[in-house]
Design a protein around this ligand. Structure first.
Ligand SMILES: NC(=O)C1=CN([C@@H]2O[C@H](COP(=O)(O)OP(=O)(O)OC[C@H]3O[C@@H](n4cnc5c(N)ncnc54)[C@H](O)[C@@H]3O)[C@@H](O)[C@H]2O)C=CC1
Ligand SMILES: O=C(O)C(=O)COP(=O)(O)O
Length: 527
C-alpha cells in the first residue's frame, strides 16, 4: 500500500484522483509541529501541502519513503527544494488552478479600498450609520500600475480594463508584443510609481523583489496612491508602508500576504486606511478544487513513474537520455543562471552551443536546463524542466541549440550566448574530471571559476592599481575572498575579474568599487 499524507485543509472533493486508486491510502493530517511531522513522515510515499506546512530540510531528511511532494497552489517557498532535489524527491505544484481566485481577490481588494467597504461594515456593526466618513473614489479613468504581468497580473489587467481603468505595467521579462496583445502599456518601474493611482504587485518574492516597494518607491508615487499586495509578503516593506499610510502619502493599502504569517500583531492592523485578509487569495471552492485535482493527478502519475507536467525541481525525461547528460545538468543550469544576472536589457534570443563529446549526445535536456536557470531567478516559483521552453516562448525569447566540434581543448564545452535589446553576452563552461563544474570563458576571456556561492564580476581596464583597491574595499567589510580570477586578451586592453566571496558584497561597496579608476562595471552574482 502507498500512503499519501494530505495537510493544510486541501479540498477533500479534489482528492478523487487519489482515492480511486486501490493501492493508495489517503491520510488527512491535522496541523503539526515540525517535530511531529519529522516523526510521522517516514511512513509516507507522498505529501500534499498548501502554504501553512513548512517542509523543511529536517522533514525532507527524515522522509525515508517519500517520492513526491505536491503543492496545491503556486508558491513553493515553504518547501526546501534543494533538500528535496538532493534526496531525489520530486516536487510538483498546481500553478494554473488558482489564477482566477487570486485575480478576483485582487479586484475585490481594489474595490474595497476605493470604497472603504471593510471600514464601513465595521462601523455599521458597531451601530453607527456613518454616511459622511466614507467618501470613496471611482476606478474609471484611474491608472492601475501592475508590477509583474504573468498569469495573475495579465488576468487582473483584463478585468481592470473592463472597469475602464488605464492599465500600465512593469515586467522586465515580458516583451512588448505580449503586453500589446493585452493592450497594456509597458513602462519603467519608476513610471509605474509616478503615474499610478492604484498599484498592485503580482510577482514572486525573489532577491530583487524583496522590499522593492519601500521609502524610496513611495517617495516617487503620487500623493494619495492606493496599494495592493495579493502576491507574497515582503515585496512591500511593511514598516515603510506604515509610515506612508500614517503620513497620508498612501491613501490606502490592502494586503493579503504578510512577511510573517500567520500575522495578527502587525502595527498596520491598527491603521484606519489599511485593510487586510489572512492569505485568502487562493481560497475559493473552485480554486481549491482545481489545485487539489491537479496535484492529486500529478501525485498518482509520479508514484506510477509516469510523465509529470508541473515538476518544479527535476526534469521529466527518459532515463536513458538523462543518464548520458545528467552530469552536465547542473552546469547547464548554472550557466543560464549566470547569464540571467550578467546580461542587461530585454532578452530576445538564447543560443546554446555544444562542443566536444557532448556534441554527439541528445542535448535538449541541457538546453532546457539552461533556459530554466535563466528564467529561474525571474520566475522563481514556477519554472521547471517541462515548462521552461514554453515560458521562454511566451515571453518572446527564441531558443536555439547547435553543435560545434571545436571544444577549445576541453573534453566537452557548453557555450551559452544571450542576445538582449541592449547587449550580447557569451559564457562557456565545462566539467573537470567529469564532475566539477567550471565557467571557463566569459565574452571570449579565459577564466576558471567554480560557479557556486557569491561571485563578484568586475570588467575593467587591464592596468595596475585595480585589483588591490577592489580587494581593499571588500576587505573593509570583513568579507573574505575565497578565490580570484582575472582574464584578459591583451596587455592594457579590457579584462575581467571574478572574485568568489564568502558573503554578498553590500550595495554601497559595489558603488564604491564602480568608482575605482579603470573599473568598467560591477555585478554581484549568486549561483
Ligand atoms: N495570495 C494568494 O493566495 C496567491 C498568491 N500567489 C502569488 O502570486 C504571484 C504571481 O503568481 P503568477 O501570476 O501565477 O506567477 P507568474 O510566474 O505567472 O508571474 C510572475 C510575473 O512576475 C514577473 N517578474 C518576476 N520578477 C520580477 C521583477 N523583479 N519585477 C517585475 N516583474 C517581475 C515575471 O516576469 C512574471 O511575468 C506569486 O508570488 C504567487 O505565489 C498566487 C496564487 C495565490
Ligand atoms: O498558490 C499560492 O502561491 C498561494 O499563495 C496560495 O496559498 P494557500 O494554498 O492558500 O496557502
Amino acid at each position: 500500500m502507498l500512503k499519501v499524507l494530505v495537510m493544510d485543509g486541501v479540498s477533500e472533493e479534489g482528492l478523487v484522483p487519489l482515492r480511486r486508486e486501490e493501492d493508495i491510502e489517503v491520510v488527512i493530517g491535522q496541523k503539526m509541529t515540525e517535530d511531529d511531522l519529522v516523526q510521522v513522515i517516514p511512513e509516507y510515499d507522498a505529501l500534499i501541502v498548501r502554504s501553512a506546512t513548512k517542509v523543511t530540510r529536517r522533514v525532507v531528511e527524515a522522509a525515508q519513503n517519500l517520492k513526491v511532494i505536491g503543492r496545491a497552489g503556486v508558491g513553493v517557498d515553504n518547501i526546501d527544494l534543494e533538500a528535496a532535489t538532493t534526496r531525489g524527491i520530486l516536487v510538483v505544484n498546481a500553478p494554473d488552478g488558482n489564477t482566477i481566485a487570486a485575480t478576483e481577490h485582487t479586484i475585490a481588494m481594489m474595490l474595497a479600498l476605493a470604497r472603504n467597504i471593510p471600514q464601513a461594515v465595521a462601523r455599521l456593526k458597531e451601530g453607527v450609520w456613518d454616511k459622511k466618513a466614507f467618501i470613496g473614489v471611482e476606478l474609471r479613468d484611474k491608472t492601475l500600475g501592475i508590477i509583474g504581468l504573468g498569469r495573475i497580473g495579465s488576468a487582473v489587467a483584463k478585468r481592470a480594463q473592463a472597469l475602464e481603468m488605464n492599465v500600465i505595467a512593469y515586467d522586465p521579462f515580458i516583451n512588448e508584443e505580449k503586453a500589446a496583445s493585452l493592450a497594456v502599456e509597458l513602462v519603467a518601474l519608476e513610471d509605474v510609481y509616478r503615474r499610478s493611482d492604484f498599484i498592485t504587485v503580482h510577482l514572486p518574492k525573489t532577491k530583487e523583489s524583496y522590499h522593492m516597494i519601500g521609502d524610496e518607491a513611495f517617495a516617487l508615487m503620487k500623493d494619495g496612491v492606493r496599494i495592493i499586495n495579493c502576491a507574497r509578503g515582503g515585496i512591500i516593506d511593511e514598516e515603510a508602508l506604515y509610515r506612508a499610510l500614517v503620513s497620508g502619502k498612501v491613501a490606502g493599502a490592502a494586503l493579503d500576504v504578510f512577511e510573517k504569517e500567520p500575522n495578527t500583531e502587525s502595527p498596520l492592523l491598527s491603521l484606519p486606511n489599511f485593510i487586510a485578509t489572512p492569505h485568502l487569495g487562493a481560497s475559493t471552492r473552485e480554486a481549491q478544487l482545481n489545485v487539489a485535482v491537479d496535484v492529486s493527478g500529478e501525485i498518482v502519475a509520479a508514484l506510477r513513474g509516469k510523465l509529470v507536467k508541473n515538476t518544479v525541481n527535476i526534469p521529466s525525461i527518459s532515463p536513458q537520455v538523462l543518464s548520458a547528460v545528467r552530469p552536465y545538468l547542473g552546469l547547464a543550469e548554472k550557466l543560464g543562471k549566470l547569464q540571467a544576472q550578467l546580461v542587461t536589457g530585454r532578452i530576445r534570443k538564447i543560443e546554446v552551443v555544444y562542443s566536444g563529446e557532448l556534441a554527439r549526445q541528445e542535448v535538449s535536456p541541457l538546453t532546457t536546463a539552461v533556459v530554466k536557470g535563466l528564467l529561474d531567478p525571474i520566475l522563481q516559483e514556477t519554472v521547471n524542466f517541462v515548462n521552461a521552453p514554453v515560458l521562454a516562448k511566451n515571453r518572446g525569447i527564441q531558443v536555439f541549440q547547435a553543435v560545434d566540434g571545436e571544444a577549445e581543448g576541453y573534453a566537452s564545452l557548453i557555450t551559452v550566448k544571450v542576445y538582449s535589446d541592449k547587449a550580447e553576452k557569451s559564457v562557456a563552461g565545462t566539467l573537470f574530471g567529469k564532475q566539477d563544474p567550471r565557467v571557463v570563458m566569459i565574452d571570449g576571456y579565459r577564466i576558471d571559476v567554480d560557479p557556486s556561492g557569491h561571485i563578484l564580476y568586475v570588467p575593467h581596464i587591464d592596468k595596475p592599481r585595480i585589483i588591490g583597491p577592489v580587494g581593499l574595499l571588500i576587505g573593509k567589510h570583513d568579507i573574505n575572498i575565497a578565490a580570484m580570477q582575472v582574464g584578459r586578451k591583451e596587455i592594457g586592453g579590457k579584462a575581467i575579474m571574478m572574485l568568489s566571496v564568502d558573503a554578498p558584497v553590500p550595495e554601497e561597496t559595489l558603488g564604491e568599487i564602480a568608482q575605482v579608476d579603470g573599473v568598467l562595471d560591477v555585478k554581484m552574482v549568486h549561483l
